[in-house]
Design a protein around this ligand. Structure first.
Ligand code: ADP
Ligand code: MG
Length: 230
């Protein structure tokens, strides 16, 4: 039986550049199951961000398929695909992409507004998420009033807002493994939905020299964790 939450089939992606096609992905097949924590590791330019964006539906592949909970995002009408992504995928962007005019709390609340969740549910869940990432006292701060690490924590809280099945994070920095482990942020036995999988993308180790692009390869590093209650 296939327990994949997210699966890609023969994904390819080429970018046109000055009349030449840059082949960023050449037939990628990955399958992420419930409870897995998967790091994609590889040198700069090997295609990590491209694969992540396509897997999260932010970009179209040149060919191939993306299955989210068994539904092929590439075959669905855009509106349906967007709804599935909104409800099932949490995204942490490399540059966080917080909305500058919204406070930390409003940024975390925003995906819930888009999903038409009632205000009473939104307010308490936002407070809970900010508490979990250690930012309860920064709820009313604008992004410009936060440090880089604090912005990233707001972005992580926002990615959890709609209780996604999977989180895609592009180059999460050491903050994830430092003083506040991700696990402690997302475990909450009192609530009902389940964080079924984490898909994280690591930067290459700082000691590694980038390989020439033609030789670049990404590798996957998996670990199966027990289910996280969210
Ligand atoms: N918009 C673009 N136009 C042309 N080439 C691109 C574009 N985005 C990425 N690429 C190329 O695709 C390859 C993969 O890039 P990327 O996915 O950003 O790699 P990584 O995240 O592993 O550093 C690189 O060779 C990069 O130069
Ligand atoms: Mg990248």
């Amino acid at each position: 039986m296939n327990n994949s939450i997210l699966q890609t089939e023969n994904l390819t992606k080429s970018y046109p550049l000055n009349g030449v096609e840059v082949q960023a992905l050449r037939g990628v097949n990955v399958s992420i199951e419930s409870g897995e924590f998967v790091a994609i590791v590889g040198p700069s330019g090997c295609g990590k961000s491209t694969l992540l964006s396509i897997a999260g539906g932010l970009m179209k592949p040149s060919s191939g398929h993306i299955l989210l909970n068994g539904q092929d995002l590439t075959q669905l009408p855009e509106q349906e695909s967007a709804r599935l992504r909104r409800d099932h995928i949490g995204f942490v962007f490399q540059s966080f992409d917080l909305l500058a005019d919204l406070t930390a709390a409003e940024n975390v609340e925003f995906p819930m507004v888009l999903a038409n969740r009632p205000e009473s549910e939104r307010r308490s869940w936002v407070q809970e998420l900010l508490k979990r990432v250690g930012l309860a006292d920064k709820a009313d701060h604008l992004p410009d009033e936060l440090s880089g690490g604090q912005k990233q924590r707001v972005a992580i809280a926002r990615s959890l807002a709609n209780r996604p099945n999977i989180i895609l994070a592009d180059e999460p920095t050491g903050i994830w493994t430092a003083s506040l482990p991700l696990k402690s942020w997302i475990s909450c036995p009192a609530s009902t939905a389940t964080m079924r999988s984490l898909w994280s993308w690591s930067p290459m180790p700082r000691t590694t020299q980038p390989a020439p692009i033609a030789e670049s390869r990404c590798v996957m590093d998996r670990s199966k964790s027990k289910q996280e209650q969210l």
